[in-house]
Write a protein that binds this ligand. Sequence first.
Ligand code: URA
Length: 204
Amino acid sequence: QSAATRGAHWDGPQSGFAAALASCQRCPLHAQATQVVAGCGPDKAALMIVGEQPGDIEDLHGRPFIGPAGQVLGQAMQHVGLERDRVYLTNAVKHFKHVVRGKRRIHQTPASDEVEHCRLWLDTELLRVQPKLVVALGATAAMALTGRKGPISGRRGKVEAGRDGVPVLITYHPAYILRLPDTAAQSTARDVLMRDLAEAKALV
Ligand code: URA
């Protein structure tokens, strides 16, 4: 049994996926999250977009990319003519990692071992959806998909070999864009995200 499948209650790529994922306890993150947030999109899609992990709003509603970062992504997709319902959207980690400060739940970056535990689900989605290309939003998704760690500064806009055999185009995470200090920097980064998404569209 491989490290990826050890401890999983999983009965194959097509069957029982949602139920198995919903009851996942492969790492401690399930204990603090409201629910698992599975990927969504067509069963077969030429393009898959992978983020880091659900945010506060996604955790509460159980759907990926519906909060502020999702809006930035959605606007960029719309701008380049990528229809959301033709793209499979998911995350490297399926539970919201956070700390509670007063009434706020503050996002925390998942650790490498949490990303590795969750890779079973990402691998299963890749098997099922069979995309031609995956877009990795930010360093966590890039690590999960390529196995290579580190900042994405020198890698953004390039296609790398994915560990599952699917090519991976790396770009900014929309939450990173929202954290940039001024609107000019945000606008430049949004343009870069749109350029990368347009490139992804051209490749599929
Ligand atoms: N950020 C992500 O990476 N994924 C989401 O689903 C929402 C915010």
